[in-house]
Design a protein around this ligand. Structure first.
Ligand SMILES: Cc1cc2nc3c(=O)[nH]c(=O)nc-3n(C[C@H](O)[C@H](O)[C@H](O)COP(=O)(O)O)c2cc1C
Ligand code: SF4
Length: 422
């Protein structure tokens, strides 16, 4: 497998432009500027690249949704908010290979004919923010973007914007609102950002890793990228692995790799020789998978869907046999209750309510009725809100209860009502 994203991670001073260029950096953007925007979009479509922010939407197709006859300026937003628990791969790109992302931004901005790009990074990324700013200054000084790009008559400014540490600002319209200086609350869709995004102008929001993949596609060609992975999950991706394994970290994998191979090889196997109980495959909002189900799971979009879960943002968390699943659900739901932006009643009230029930259950003071109420609440939170945060809490919660029902029942308080009177 050819490394698309992580080839520079272990190279000393890989964040500096001289090192990046010595390894072939910026040749892809230089090549792209000599192509037509349509040729680039066609190349990205042919590569099969899907967005790595979570939803897995085809990148070239997304770009082609921009209206052709709209005279307003177009914007490119780079989503570096990376707040999904279990996910820490964009951080690695920002720290170790920021120029790969910047090169991707130049390619994408030219392809969609945007003259302004905003890198929106999460509030906690203080050091990473400084690294990005330094890298941008280096690339601008070389004339790679600015009044011209690589000597071509194409103007591009790239700005950075630091968030304030809210998970919901990773949702693309929450990000746009926050970028505009407003409270970071998602917008009702439609209209979608492609027509009404930043300042109500056509906008594309792309994840850091998605953009960092573009230099490879432009230099090696779409066919080389599509030759890796599976028919519907082309190429490679960065996987984060954390939890009860020996070697937690960020690893680049070819799509389609069996889950257990990844855990046992890159992840170094289970810690302290324990058995696996379950895993959360793609960040905290993805439904849980039992150890038995994991035996046939592969690291691609198709296999995740077949197993009733999602690939999400590639944030794999592995749980060993000693894990208290009820308590793990409590921790998960506390996060979502805290991060709900509060606009929609089913989410604002629902996330808080399910968290309180989970807390009761984990403390041993919940009842069997609580489990039923929790499942009912989950049903009422899905598909009834402005953004998918409510579903991001309810879908995994339901899977924890359904797949580990016995553990939940073992924790409920014995009822005071005599069985015959119920
Ligand atoms: C609650 C919520 C949080 C999200 N957080 C992030 C995030 O931190 N980073 C990210 O790239 N996408 C995040 N997304 C997905 C974005 O809305 C959007 O789909 C993505 O940035 C598009 O980029 P892509 O097409 O390159 O994947 C989040 C979505 C939701 C619903
Ligand atoms: S679903 Fe939750 S986070 Fe999303 S807009 Fe509604 S209240 Fe806000």
């Amino acid at each position: 497998m050819e490394l698309v994203l992580s080839a520079n991670f272990d190279v000393p001073n890989s964040h500096q432009i001289a090192v990046y260029e010595s390894r072939g950096g910026y040749q892809a953007a230089s090549k792209a500027l000599a192509m037509t925007p349509e040729q680039i979009i066609d190349e990205v479509k042919a590569s099969g690249l899907r967005g790595r922010g979570g939803a897995g939407f085809p990148t070239g197709l997304k770009w082609s949704f921009l209206p052709k006859d709209n005279p307003k300026p177009r914007y490119l937003c780079i989503n570096a908010d990376e707040s999904e628990p279990g996910t820490f791969k964009d951080r690695k790109i920002l720290e170790k290979d920021p120029h790969r992302m910047i090169e991707g931004i130049i390619i994408a901005a030219y392809a969609i004919q945007s003259h302004t790009a905003y890198i929106y990074y999460r509030g906690e990324f203080c050091d990473q923010g400084r690294t990005i700013d330094a890298a941008l200054a280096e690339a601008k000084a070389k004339g790679y973007f600015g009044d011209t790009c690589f000597g071509h008559d194409f103007k591009l400014e790239i700005h950075t914007h630091r968030g304030a540490g809210a998970y919901i600002c990773g949702e693309e319209t929450g990000l746009i609102e926050s970028l505009e200086g407003k409270k970071g609350q998602p917008r009702l869709k439609p209209p979608f950002p492609a027509t009404h995004g930043v300042f109500q102008c056509p906008t594309i929001v792309n994840n850091v890793e998605t953009l960092a993949t573009l230099p490879f596609i432009l230099t090696q060609g779409a066919a080389a990228y599509a030759a890796m992975g599976t028919p519907k999950s082309a190429g490679t991706r960065l996987m984060c692995i954390s939890g009860h394994v020996n070697n937690p970290g960020v690893y680049e994998i070819e799509m389609g790799l069996p889950m257990l191979d990844f855990i046992n090889n890159q992840g170094g196997g289970m810690r302290n020789g324990k058995k696996m109980k379950a895993l959360i495959p793609g960040g905290s909002s993805t439904p849980i998978i039992t150890a038995k189900e994991a035996e046939t799971l592969k690291l691609d979009y198709e296999s995740m869907a077949e197993h009733g879960t999602m690939f999400g943002s590639g944030g794999l968390m592995v749980l060993d046999e000693d894990t208290d699943i009820v308590d793990a659900m409590r921790v998960l739901l506390r996060f979502y209750a805290h991060e709900s932006c509060g606009q929609c009643t089913p989410c604002r009230e629902g996330t808080d309510w399910v968290y309180k029930i989970a807390k009761r259950l984990s403390e041993g003071s919940g009842t069997e009725e609580d489990i039923k109420t929790l499942l009912e609440l989950c049903d009422n939170m899905e598909g009834k809100t402005i953004c998918p945060l409510a579903a991001a809490a309810s879908m995994p919660a339901r899977s924890y209860v359904m797949k580990f029902k016995d553990e939940f029942l073992a924790k409920v308080k014995p009822t005071a009502v005599p069985a015959g009177a119920r």
